[in-house]
Design a binder for this molecule. Structure first.
Ligand code: CO8
Length: 257
């Protein structure tokens, strides 16, 4: 698959996707989002891949949707074209996706990171939803996901005033799982992805499904859902291997299909 706006590589069972439009701070134009969606779906369907890392460059994870591309659009244009639909592909990926964020993650860039399963931040990361400066609001889930992550007051402040959050604040506010020195970001993300990719692919997929369910249903409903997906895991070879390995004091060997 030839792509111009993303660069990819595979290391073992980990796929790395790098947003690659540095001259525009990785602004997320239609072509980039199409390429990203296609590549994510391809890795999701590839049994040799166990986890995906999504990153940008030192200066920007992504500085938002492409403002120059959106500038001339009218309401009927955006209604007909439904360009936001392309942004939802990442939420349909069943394998874990880790965002490794350095520099700017703004607007759609922050929303894209929040659609990933884990955000690892470099100490240079800056998160923000500055769409209000442009006379619009976040349109790829920002008002919803940021509010769930950091709470109403902080989300309101960021969305209403366009204030950026640095990496330390993002960690305190639970927007990111951890902050690492910028020089170590990719290594840490790849190590984390490799660790996940070595585990039971079925258990990992079901764990992701179950955690995501917590965003959609009540606690009681979520706990029932968890139970209903926990029990079938006892019908898998991975459960037998994982528990036998523990009893035999050895490392489990989980097979990729
Ligand atoms: N869109 C298009 N081009 C951009 C964008 C962007 N979001 N961000 C930066 N660029 C371009 C600049 O125009 C510039 O290009 P050129 O050299 O041709 O003039 C180049 O990238 C470098 O940028 P700067 O010179 O501005 O770099 P600075 O270091 O001075 O500033 C900033 C960095 C602060 C990040 C600044 O570039 C900025 O404010 N960018 C815009 C941030 C923003 O407002 N993001 C929100 C965009 S709106 C959005 O994301 C809506 C999401 C809705 C999703 C719905 C589905 C589509």
């Amino acid at each position: 698959m030839a792509h111009e706006m993303i660069a990819t590589e595979v290391q073992g069972a980990v796929a790395l996707i790098r947003l690659n439009r540095p001259q525009a701070l990785n602004a997320l134009c239609d072509q980039l989002m199409r390429e990203l969606g296609e590549q994510l779906l391809a890795y999701d369907a590839d049994p040799a891949i166990g986890a995906i890392v999504l990153t940008g460059n030192e200066k920007a994870f992504a500085a938002g949707a492409d403002i120059k591309e959106m500038q001339g659009r009218t309401y009927p244009d955006v209604l007909e074209d439904d360009f936001i639909a392309k942004w939802e592909t990442i939420t349909r990926i069943r394998k874990p996706v880790i965002a490794a964020v350095a520099g700017f993650a703004l607007g759609g860039g922050c929303e894209l990171a929040m659609m990933c399963d884990i955000i690892l931040a470099a100490d240079t990361a800056k998160f923000g939803q500055p769409e209000i400066n442009l006379g619009v609001i976040p349109g790829a889930g920002g008002t919803q996901r940021l509010t769930r992550q950091v709470g109403k007051s902080k989300a309101m402040e960021m969305i209403l005033s366009a204030r950026f959050m640095d990496a330390a604040e993002a960690e305190r506010a639970n927007l990111v799982s951890r902050v690492v020195p910028a020089a170590d970001l990719l290594d840490e993300a790849m190590k984390l992805a490799a660790r996940i990719a070595a585990l039971s692919p079925v258990a990992v997929a079901i764990a992701k499904l179950s955690v995501n369910r917590s965003y959609e249903v009540t606690l009681a409903e979520g706990v029932r859902f968890e139970r209903s997906v926990f029990m079938p895991l006892f019908g898998t070879a991975d459960q037998r291997e994982g528990m036998a390995a523990f009893a035999e004091k050895r490392k489990p060997r989980f097979a990729r299909r």
